[in-house]
Write a protein that binds this ligand. Structure first.
Ligand code: PBG
Length: 343
């Protein structure tokens, strides 16, 4: 030890904190950092949500800059463009005219409805893509709820009957993956049986397993004009305070035949993603929802955050937490950034 009495000196006479482990060695260059990187995010991980409507022109969505409600032709063009950058999977969300909304949401299983037409157009344009469809009544519900409403209550089992019809209709149209987002109890098993008995054993179920009653869905509901007509969705979507409860949903969905489990929203629920990653061997999906997208867009527009860096960091964090699949409105943009950077 030398005169100052605090730090040792090495043979060069430089300050030396005597320690063998120096984790910074594994961060010393980009090549080393890449070599030891635990997870990467690639465009193949993404599912790109696309808003559609039965009109000939697109409509911008004010609370989701950069996203539009697409005509079917424009939806195909957007999917093809994203496909060029490696995005292979899409999920469509329809805005349905009020005139077609009913209490029982029958339009949800109209074989000539907008969703089956969108699915067959996508499969025709991109036969090797994975087309996913949302299963829930909210776009078709006069009450703006995911299920059938009677006397102010959401009917569980009667809703499931509708969801089964909706799933089978979507499978007939060519959907590769049906994604029940309604949170009714027992719907995954019932949908599995309905699909199987119609011969659709190969159609996958991506279950919205832990879907929270979240205020982060606001911009999505703007996009589809699907705000609940009364009350909220707390009798079926999970309480944001509950993490343990996600295990109950995951165990049931797994038992009922789900192929993939989803957590939604994403970033505020990374702990839930991680819990399900440890609790299940099924692939886990994270939904980077509309409100998360809107927050980043707003901060980036003001120059307060670096959009590209924050976006790619966020997507990487989903992978680190345990998500295999990421649903994100950034899918095309992030895929471009990833390709350009050669990550
Ligand atoms: C509807 C559904 C919602 C979202 C996906 N499917 C909204 C809701 O439950 O009210 C939200 C997605 C987003 O906010 O990006 N069943």
């Amino acid at each position: 030890r030398v005169a100052d009495g605090v730090l040792s000196r090495n043979v060069m006479g430089n300050p030396w904190v005597e320690q063998r482990a120096r984790p910074r060695r594994n961060r010393k260059s980009e090549a080393v950092r890449k070599m030891v990187r635990e997870v990467i995010v690639t465009p193949a991980n993404f599912i790109y949500p696309l808003f559609i409507h039965d009109e000939t022109s697109n409509v911008a969505i004010a609370s989701m800059p950069g996203c539009e409600r697409h005509s079917l032709a424009s939806m195909v063009a957007e999917a093809k463009d994203a496909y060029k950058w490696g995005v292979r999977s899409f999920v469509v969300f329809p805005k349905v005219p009020d005139a077609l909304k009913t209490i029982r949401g029958e339009e949800a299983y109209n074989p000539n409805g907008i969703v089956p037409r969108a699915v067959s157009m996508l499969k025709q344009a991109l036969p090797d893509s994975i087309v996913c469809t949302d299963v829930a009544l909210d776009p078709y519900s006069a009450a703006g709820h995911d299920g059938i409403v009677e006397n102010g209550k959401i009917l569980n089992d009667a809703t499931i009957e509708q969801l089964c019809k909706q799933s089978v209709m979507q499978a007939r149209a060519g959907s590769d993956v049906v994604a029940p987002s309604d949170m009714m109890d027992g719907r995954v098993g019932a949908i599995r049986d309905a699909l199987d008995s119609e011969g659709f054993t190969e159609v996958s179920i991506l279950a919205y397993t832990a879907k929270y009653a979240s205020a982060y869905y606001g911009p999505f509901r703007d996009a589809l004009d699907s705000h609940p007509g009364f009350g909220d969705k707390k009798t079926y979507q999970q309480d944001p305070a509950n993490g343990r409860e996600a295990y109950i949903e995951a165990a049931l969905d797994e038992l009922e035949g789900a192929d993939m489990l989803m957590v939604k929203p994403g970033l505020p629920y990374l702990d839930v993603i991680h819990r399900l990653r440890l609790a299940s061997n099924l692939p886990i999906a994270a939904y980077h929802v509309s409100g998360e997208y809107a927050m980043l867009k707003a901060a980036a527009e003001r120059g307060w955050l670096d959009e590209k860096k924050v976006c790619l960091e966020t997507l990487t964090c989903f992978r680190r937490a345990g998500a295999d699949i990421i649903l994100t409105y950034y899918a095309k943009q992030a895929a471009k950034w990833i390709c350009e950077d050669g990550m």
